[in-house]
Design a protein around this ligand. Structure first.
Ligand code: MG
Length: 263
């Protein structure tokens, strides 16, 4: 059962005044709610995205299966025996016109990023929609369901905190690459989705995975008091390592610690 508590809220119209609050949120929580972003992402566009996503999931299964992987886990995922409630569509690189075009031609549709549909029923109440994990990339921006909750984040005491729906805002969480880049300073927040009520739930996630080149901390985050925590890696190397380990909650980061390779 998740504890009731509010995650940090960041006002995009109040910069640079919010900078220290943003840094604290990244260090202590690894996530925050972003609001007043409507100059860059208007409410009408957000609701249009939701409507398009709903219509894509209504496509026949044989069409949805044409949304194939570019890298492991980037394409369509249908409900499975071990998780019958979760379904996802997606594409790999939203900055790549090729990826966007091929996604659109696969589904004969307009693009978004990773779109999740949870088929919650009375039988699945209390069960997981997505199990506890960290995201492998740098950060994830989520337009969550406006009504149906279920997203939970782990605080630094190990308790799960419910992230309640907040229409018209965005939820941002940091992943493993943010922890590597910040020399261990930023938190790769553990999170999950629980089925709370028997309703269909949608969310749209945009993943900023990391640069194609090597990820390492800027010099100002490394000194005698804060020695280098992780060896340099690229996002693709790290992602392959994480997939090969079959560990989803950030445990793979320990393999990037120089002390672990000395043993
Ligand atoms: Mg996630």
């Amino acid at each position: 059962m998740a504890t009731k508590c509010s995650i940090p809220a960041i006002d995009l119209q109040d910069f640079p005044n919010q900078l220290s609050k943003l840094i604290s949120a990244c260090e202590e929580w690894g996530c925050f709610r972003l609001f007043n972003h409507h100059e860059v992402l208007p409410l009408t566009l957000m609701s249009e995205m939701k409507a398009v996503v709903r219509s894509l999931f209504d496509l026949p299964a044989e069409i949805k299966r044409q949304n194939t992987d570019v890298i492991t886990g980037s394409g369509y995922m249908g409900p499975k025996v071990n998780n019958p409630v979760y379904e996802a569509l997606g594409f790999h690189d939203m900055s790549s016109l090729h990826d966007v075009d091929s996604f659109c031609s696969q589904l004969d549709a307009s693009p978004d990023q990773r779109m999740n549909k949870y088929h919650f029923t009375p039988e699945t109440v209390g069960s997981p929609g997505v199990r506890t994990h960290t995201d492998s990339g740098f950060l994830t921006i989520i337009q969550d369901d406006d009504v149906v909750g279920g997203l939970e984040v782990m605080n630094n005491s190990g308790e799960f905190i419910a992230v309640d729906p907040s229409p018209g805002t965005l939820f941002v969480n940091l992943g493993d690459m943010a922890t590597v880049w910040s020399n261990g300073r930023f938190c790769n927040v553990k999170h999950r989705v629980q089925c709370k009520e028997a309703k269909i739930r949608f969310s749209i996630a945009s993943f900023l995975s990391g640069p194609r080149e090597v990820v390492e901390p800027p010099p100002e985050l490394v000194d005698d008091e804060h020695p280098r925590v992780y060896v340099a890696t690229t996002y693709e190397e790290y992602r392959k390592l994480r997939f090969s380990m079959k560990l989803q909650a950030g445990e793979t980061l320990a393999l990037l610690c120089p002390s672990s390779s000395d043993k």
